[in-house]
Design a protein around this ligand. Sequence first.
Ligand SMILES: [Zn+2]
Ligand SMILES: [Zn+2]
Length: 259
Amino acid sequence: MQEKTKVTFFGTEAAVPELGGETASFLINDEVMVDTGWNIVDNLRRQGIDPGSIRYLLFTHMHHDHYISLPSLLYYFLITNKDLSGLKILGPKEDLQPIMHHTLEFLFLNRKFYPDRNYPTIIPLSPGEAHEDDRFLLETTSSLHPVQALCYKYTDKQTGKTVTFTGDTAYHEPIIDLARGSSLLIHEATYGAIPANPQKNGGLHSSAMDAAEIAKAANVEQLALIHGLRHNNEASVKAAEAIYSGPVMWPAKDQTILL
Ligand SMILES: [Zn+2]
Ligand SMILES: [Zn+2]
């Protein structure tokens, strides 16, 4: 039986990563992938994980930096004869179905080339909806972002640990309720130590201080900041530590956290 809940960060950068870097994407318990980053297949193989063994792919939202390597993961399943029907793909209802439809039917996979193959199970979620598996419970709430986006709370049924993660969002109070008491909060901090200012930096993202305010109000056990520019990481952690008294980190590429 698995004793710890495991979170492996493949990347923590925003939009276009620096050379050798990766956008925000991570893996829970070697089977639940959150967003794809630019290089999901290589990232999984580097950890010794067969990409065809992934059981769940969760999308926080359907901005391109969060799903850009989806076609390579699906193609990996097809070309290695893995059963795609074992893969469940969850994401925000408004955008998940149209994007999956285009990815599978036309724009990339050209379904007619693979007439006899199964396809993944698509599970669209609206904010507030949940999904339960024999190994975990997933609860959701909304984000504050220009497109429909979900924040998730993953409860590990084997360890009882909870991981709440935001995807992209501006400061958004409903996240406090979702994250309350979590073992780990993974919160975006695109603006780093610079306060969010809709007139100036726009885009509906968070600063490290916004993330820290959520962590403090939700009384989480630790905070991981993601989705930012690499050179801001240290200043972001410092700015968050000034507000939230628990441990704060900006995970390194391929860093694993055990809870
Ligand atoms: Zn993003
Ligand atoms: Zn976004």
